[in-house]
Write a protein that binds this ligand. Structure first.
Ligand SMILES: NC(=O)c1ccc[n+]([C@@H]2O[C@H](COP(=O)([O-])OP(=O)(O)OC[C@H]3O[C@@H](n4cnc5c(N)ncnc54)[C@H](O)[C@@H]3O)[C@@H](O)[C@H]2O)c1
Length: 373
């Protein structure tokens, strides 16, 4: 198979979907790997590093799309890339289609095989290819929040951990999964007062055990959110309904109740976000806006700001799955690995992932009716 890796073109996105070790493995297995010139530079990987393992370097993203049977990416294709996509070409990347219905339509019309990292799901419900970037984003969320709370950034001027004689600030995290847990770990570590809300009682029990009671856990419902959100100096959105659009849990009324200069980091923005006053993505170049005197941060590619760490963390986990698809083809790989079948969102013009179909307003067709699995 020809595996192609274009340079990411989303604003300030410097991650790349393969590392030299991945090229080595794919080439050893008999595949051809082509990369766009400079694709790895932002992650500290030169074209020569890739060439040494047998990759071919081409001048443009268009050339990569033209030649490759499978496109490996980090973020979803942008409109400039839509014309390059073609029937039966596999695109394996973060798609987060619930937040970009027009891309879902393009992928269906062009009959692309659209495989999303974020819906590859193991039998225990975990999401192995979302996990590494959720760890990065969760840890970054606290760092980002602390930065924007600084007075010079327009924030309320509080230090998250406080100092002796001055109480710490309050960090409220909605969603206690991978993002929420990693955010709690950092916020707790710097001495903030942390509350995590989740709807899953067993997850709340696990979090209570994990943090030895140093973090307050709370059941997530409208009543509790109304009481707790206004107390937050830093509010972190970390909810996920796999594949589906994120539910709006934080209303404008709750935001109005927050102190001026408080910060919201809605990590769940890649699935549409959980905050009523966040109705658009921001970018790494222009990450915040102020509404109701509260700073709103809604960047859908937070790990892109630490590409060196993120690229290696991401590709360490994607490579075994990429290798399976390259070795067996997407049909056979999906037949032998149910988790990869769950990664397929769109194939042969049909949306085969129910939550995505519902979120983007297209009909759902079960995968087994489209592919003879
Ligand atoms: N912006 C970024 O750069 C970035 C990077 C990585 C991940 N993400 C996103 O962050 C979000 C969270 O990812 P994750 O890996 O932590 O998911 P996860 O599945 O590990 O955790 C989600 C948690 O949300 C909880 N939840 C569901 N409904 C809830 C509700 N009503 N109230 C409170 N909690 C609720 C679930 O019980 C679960 O514990 C996803 O949308 C993911 O795509 C964004």
């Amino acid at each position: 198979m020809i595996v192609g890796i274009p340079k990411e073109i989303k604003d300030k996105e410097k991650r790349v979907a393969i590392i030299p070790a991945g090229v080595e493995l794919l080439v050893e297995s008999g595949h051809k790997v082509i990369l766009e010139k400079g694709a790895g530079e932002g992650s500290g990987i030169s074209d020569d590093d890739f060439r040494e393992e047998g990759a071919y370097i081409v001048d443009s993203g268009q050339a990569v799309y033209h030649e490759a049977d499978m496109i490996l990416k980090v973020k979803e294709p942008l409109p400039e890339e839509y014309p390059y996509l073609r029937e039966e070409q596999i695109i394996f990347t973060y798609l987060h289609l619930a937040a970009v219905p027009e891309l879902a339509r393009v992928l269906a019309e062009k009959k692309v095989v659209a495989m999303a990292y974020e819906t590859v799901q193991l039998e225990d419900g975990s999401l192995p290819l979302l996990d590494p970037m959720s760890k990065v984003a969760g840890r970054m969320a606290v760092q980002i929040g602390a930065h924007h709370l600084e007075h010079i950034q327009g924030g309320s001027g509080v230090l998250l951990g406080g100092v002796p004689g001055v109480p710490p600030s309050r960090v409220v995290i909605i969603g206690g999964g991978v993002v929420g847990t990693n955010a709690a770990r950092i916020a707790n570590g710097i001495g903030a007062q942390v509350t995590i809300l989740d709807i899953n009682p067993s997850r709340l029990r696990e979090l209570d055990d994990l943090f030895y009671g140093q973090v307050t856990t709370c059941f997530s419902n409208k009543y509790n959110l109304k009481k707790i959100v206004p107390q937050a100096d830093l509010l972190i959105g970390a909810v996920l309904h796999t594949g589906g659009k994120a539910p709006i849990l934080v209303t404008e009324e709750m935001v109005k109740g927050m102190k001026p200069g408080s910060v919201i980091v809605d990590v769940a923005i890649d699935q549409g976000g959980i905050v009523e006053t966040i109705n658009r993505c921001t970018s790494l170049s222009n990450p915040v806006y102020v509404e109701n005197e509260v700073i709103h941060y809604a960047v859908p590619n937070i790990p892109g700001s630490v590409p060196r760490t993120s690229t290696f963390a991401l590709t360490n986990t994607t490579l075994p799955f990429v290798s399976l698809v390259a070795n067996y083809g997407y049909r056979e790989a999906a037949r032998v690995k149910k988790c990869l079948a769950m990664g397929i969102n769109i194939v042969k013009g049909k949306v085969v992932c129910a939550p995505v179909a519902e979120a983007v307003g297209l009909p759902y067709t079960p995968l087994k009716e489209v592919l003879d699995l």
